[in-house]
Write a protein that binds this ligand. Structure first.
Ligand code: KG4
Ligand code: ZN
Length: 331
């Protein structure tokens, strides 16, 4: 199948053309960071207005780069939720119009399912069910048991902030530019991960839930203290990153002890973090399992993963006259 993917759930205006759920013929993304940076976070109204002005050109660009006319597509896959409502609506309305006008099938994709199947882009393998996915993005952090393309169960998730959100908020305390995750990772590179003993949330034995708010608060108090003001910022960043990675890896270990899986998948924007990806691969190796981590460009929001999820069977075919965006679409 040859699918056009459209993703506008947050602040990336993204389109892609993907063959058979894995070969990416074109991958277009207009990042809006420059427009949101001065506010220190994403401004929903700005995001939706940028999507409205950029998306038509992004669709044409993806088709032109792939050398595929609209008529040659087998369908259109669009993110229907969860996300920012004003942003989702632009992608959904555009996809509906394109599908209706070209009489092509329309697939409504859950953004989070897209992240999970991003791991199989540009790979010559079928998803090895059942697998364990650690999905860590700016809005979600959860462990998922995936037994089939449309059979996924959340085993544990965060009680408060998402991992990406924790990175972003602490990066702000460190006066780093937005988005904070990549900036904090860069700063952590020449820091000592053992310099500051930040707390790690540990739920009762066997539980798989996560929590990052205690760590975030601890980082805030530490930075405001005398010791914090005297500390090297790189050491604080490295210690904070190590605490997040430790908690995530601990929950993966617990999930592996409780279940039976054929592979591990790491996905979502935070999967771009090298310390996390390295720790994740080490756990997989220790358990004799393959680890699939998306290429960096497919970790953060992109449209290729949306087309991939639809092709793999994780999305329902919908009526282009009635599809509506759902900002809180359940997993
Ligand atoms: O998946 P994503 O692009 O958007 C959502 O669906 O949320 O994830 C964005 C999140 C942001 O919080 C960003 O700071 C974080 O992923 N992130 C990172 C890194 N790259 C992106 N966090 C830590 N290290 C990174 N290298
Ligand atoms: Zn995302």
């Amino acid at each position: 199948m040859l699918l056009l993917g459209i993703e506008t759930s947050c602040d990336d205006t993204a389109t892609a053309v993907v063959r058979d759920g894995r070969h990416v013929l074109a991958d277009v993304s207009t990042n809006q960071d420059a427009f949101h940076a001065k506010y220190g976070g994403i401004v929903p109204e700005i995001a939706s207005r940028r999507h409205a002005s950029l998306l038509s050109a992004a669709v044409e660009d993806a088709l032109a780069r792939a050398g595929v006319p609209l008529g040659a597509l087998d369908g259109i896959a669009v993110t229907a939720g969860p996300g920012l409502i004003g942003s989702l609506v632009v992608g959904v309305a555009t996809a509906k119009a394109l599908a209706f006008a070209s009489e092509k099938p329309l697939y409504a994709v859950n953004h989070l399912h897209g992240h999970i199947f991003a791991a199989f882009l540009e790979r010559e393998i079928e998803p090895p069910y059942p697998f364990l996915a650690l999905l860590v993005s700016g809005g979600h952090s959860q462990l998922v048991e995936v037994t089939g393309p449309a059979a996924m169960r959340i085993l544990g998730k965060t009680r408060d902030d998402a991992a990406g959100e924790a990175f972003d908020k602490t990066a702000r305390l460190l006066d780093l530019p937005f988005p904070g995750g990549p900036a904090l990772e860069a700063l952590a590179r020449d820091g000592d991960a053992h310099a500051v003993p930040f707390p790690r949330y540990r739920p009762a034995a066997g539980a798989l839930d996560l929590s990052f708010s205690g760590l975030k608060t601890s980082a805030r108090y530490f930075l405001a203290s005398d010791a914090g003001r005297a500390a090297r910022r790189a050491d604080v960043a490295a210690s904070f990153q190590a605490a997040i990675v430790d908690m995530l890896i601990d929950r993966v270990e617990r999930a592996l002890a409780a279940g039976s899986f054929r592979a591990l998948v790491l996905s979502g924007g935070v999967a771009a973090n090298v310390a996390l990806a390295d720790g994740f691969r080490a756990v997989a190796t220790a358990h004799g399992l393959p680890a699939y981590v998306p290429e960096r460009r497919f970790c953060t929001d992109n449209a290729a993963m949306i087309a991939a999820a639809a092709d793999i069977g994780a999305a329902a075919r919908v009526d282009p006259r009635t599809l509506t965006a759902d900002p809180s679409l359940p997993f």
